[in-house]
Design a protein around this ligand. Structure first.
Ligand SMILES: [Zn+2]
Length: 207
């Protein structure tokens, strides 16, 4: 079953490369590219912390770039590749852009708006349905997220993995509280101690 093509893999790898840039400025590693005509039209990674911008999700940045590249907000037959299932804001923006297809990596059971929490890709009243394919390089996307949260020290900005003198600080397993970071969190894949780390960071309540 050739669910994904070589081109799909190439574009998702580019999205993963974008995601990997986010932790350098303390942002959760999520990346996106918009591809059309075999080329990347826009790319972005989460910059919410870096830009102090609640809308600076990877998808929003990639959509803006693609619109500028095409000279049109209607992105038509382009495809967006995202490492994590888009949130409601991004899923709605994708639908508004008239993109025809979303390919994402990891599910986000908490905030995913392409079928997990709700489905804005196929939503009554929206002008058209956006086709969704998922699971492409999901393990790689989750690994980036896991490493990011494992490296967080409570109350401090994220540290890059592998930095000397910055051992991961793991909390103790505890009852899972509500996750407070955007998406990130495939519930099955993020251990409780990571949730606790997220929840204990001051000023990090996103809901
Ligand atoms: Zn989003």
């Amino acid at each position: 079953m050739a669910k994904f093509s070589a081109a799909d893999h190439r574009f998702m790898l580019a999205a993963l490369a974008e995601a990997a840039l986010a932790p350098a400025h303390g942002d959760i590693p999520v990346g996106a590219v918009v591809a059309g005509g075999g080329e990347i039209l826009g790319r972005g990674h989460n910059r919410r912390e870096a830009d102090r911008d609640p809308t600076a999700h990877a998808e929003m940045i990639a959509l803006r770039q693609a619109g500028a590249a095409l000279g049109d907000w209607r992105l038509g037959e382009a495809v967006i590749y995202v490492t994590l299932e888009p949130c409601p804001m991004c899923a709605a923006a994708i639908a508004q852009s008239r993109l025809r297809q979303i390919v994402y990596g990891a599910d986000d059971p908490r905030l995913g708006a392409c079928g997990s929490l709700l489905n804005l890709a196929q939503f009554p009243g929206f002008p058209h349905d956006v086709a969704v394919r998922s699971g492409l390089l999901a393990a790689e996307a989750q690994a980036l997220l896991r490493r990011f949260f494992a490296d967080l020290r409570p109350g401090q900005p994220a540290q890059l993995s592998g930095q000397p003198g910055q051992p991961s600080q793991m909390g103790q397993p505890d009852q899972p509280g509500p996750l407070s970071a955007e998406s990130a969190e495939s519930a099955e894949s993020i251990p409780d101690y990571v949730r606790q780390t997220i929840d204990s960071r001051p000023g990090r309540h996103y809901t």
